[in-house]
Every structure is written in C-alpha cells, then in structure tokens.
Ligand binder design. Structure first.
Ligand SMILES: [Zn+2]
Length: 266
C-alpha cells in the first residue's frame, strides 16, 4: 500500500547575480557568465502532517552577504496557509547560513538534523576561513541552544520520519548534508538541497566549488537518482529553473512559490 502522498512547495525568498560560472562549477571556463542563484525553503504537506525544509536567512544576514532578500520565508508559508508560529517540524538539510536563519519565527518547531552536521559545524574545520565561510556563528550557537532546550532530533544516516518521508545523509557539500525523499502523487521525489545546487551540477557532473568532500558530492548525485522515481524528480537547491519548470502554487504566487509534485515543463 502506498503512503499518503505529500504536496511539495518551493518558496523563493532571495536571489543573487553570480559574477562568473566559477562560483557555481569547479573548473568552469573563466569567460562563462554565472547567471542567477535563487534561495529556497520548501514545504511538504498532506492531510496528516506538514514539514518545513530549511528556514532561510534573515534580511540582515542577506544584506551583509550582498544577497537580494525578496520576502521572508515565513511570508511564503503564510501564503500557503501555514503560519511559521504553528510549524511543528523543520528538517534542516545542513547548517549553512542560507538554510537556518529565522529561528525565532518557529517557536514550536523541532529541528531534524544529522549528527555529523552539528559535529562538522562546531569542530576543527570551522577554525579557519576555507570551510567556515558559509556558516554564521550566531546561527550555529542558536542551534546549540536549541539542542540544550531539547528541540533538536539527531540522526546518524538514513531515517524514516513518517510514512512517505525519509532523510538520507549524503555529505559532500558539507560533512553532514542530508537530502529528503518524499512520496507524492507522481511517486518518489527528492529534495536534494545543496547535494546539487543547480540541475547542471548533477546532470553534467560539474561539482559546486563550496565543498568538503568532492567524492561524497559525486556519490550524492548517484544517491539522489537512486531515491527518485525519475531523474527529473530530483529538485536542486538553488536553481532559478525550478520556478520555470513548475507551476505557481496559486494565483498571486508566480515567481515566488511553485508546486513541485507536478510533471516539470521542458
Ligand atoms: Zn544553500
């Protein structure tokens, strides 16, 4: 028997223009332009449960890092009928600044996180600039406080959260990155988050340059494909093409919120 399918929504909350393709692909031609990077949070929901995947950065952090903040992720959730204040479960794919701000907006949430991501974000690799640059120490200490408040659920590898919903550790981009497998009306889909920032990272086997372990990143692409029923059901973490391939959630959310449990266009 199939589990109850989930609807999946991508909420675009920020964007940035990349200077050159080398910011997105290891070994890119220096003459190739970089295009745009979009920033997303996601909502999974069915009649029984709802899960938010990642919580995005704040306007302050985005401004500090030169990103164009469009709308707070909580506005997207509200437009989908779920106030952030009522969210019970937040899956954190990894602890980079663009995936874990806005804690105060989720006072009731439990955070679902890999053991290895917390160890990585608080360990030896953060003692220098190479791998710590995409973390915000205030976000990490906020998450440590949530641990002590009993609001963090830790996982060591793969875990089923609910029927039709599971977490899978892949590492690569960060040591503790996890992806989310979701059962939908189309079958199994995968929210890859930063296992593949763009469709092209995975499809053209061109790794993203912010990376802890390139080998694990390459294996992670394979894992994404194995877990999804179709290769096109793997959803990248930052690709503006997502909003072109999928329909708006409802009228008034064009260019902002897309429904992903649909056959992609193009
Ligand atoms: Zn990211």
């Amino acid at each position: 028997m199939h589990p109850l399918p989930y609807e999946i929504y991508a909420i675009r909350y920020a964007t940035v223009t990349r200077k050159h393709a080398g910011e997105n692909f290891i070994g890119a031609d220096p003459h190739e332009s970089g295009g745009t990077m979009d920033y997303f949070c996601w909502l999974l929901r069915n009649a029984e449960r709802s899960y938010v995947v990642d919580t995005g950065f704040t306007a302050d952090v985005g401004g500090k890092r030169g990103r164009q903040f469009l709308r707070c992720p909580s506005e997207g959730l509200a437009a989908l009928g779920l106030p952030a204040s009522e969210v019970r479960d937040v899956i954190i794919t990894h602890l980079h600044y663009d995936h874990i701000g806005n804690f105060a907006l989720f006072p009731q949430a439990r955070f679902h996180l890999q053991d290895r991501e917390m160890a990585y974000a608080t360990g030896r690799h953060m003692a220098g600039p190479v791998l710590s640059g995409a973390y915000e120490v205030e976000d990490i200490t906020a998450m440590v406080r949530e641990v002590y408040r009993g609001r963090v659920r830790f996982y060591d590898g793969d875990a089923t959260l609910a029927p039709g919903l599971s977490l899978h550790h892949v590492g690569g981009h960060t040591d503790g990155l996890q992806i989310v497998r979701v059962f939908t009306r189309l079958g199994w889909m995968v929210l890859a988050s930063d296992a593949t920032h763009y469709y092209a990272n995975m499809e053209e086997a061109r790794p993203f340059p912010i990376v802890y372990n390139v080998g694990a990143m390459v294996q992670g692409w394979q894992r994404c494909r194995e877990l999804a029923d179709q290769p096109q059901y793997v959803i990248p973490g930052h690709d503006p093409a997502v909003l072109m391939r999928y329909p708006a959630a409802h009228a008034g959310t064009e260019g902002w919120i897309a429904r992903l449990d649909c056959e992609p266009a193009g």
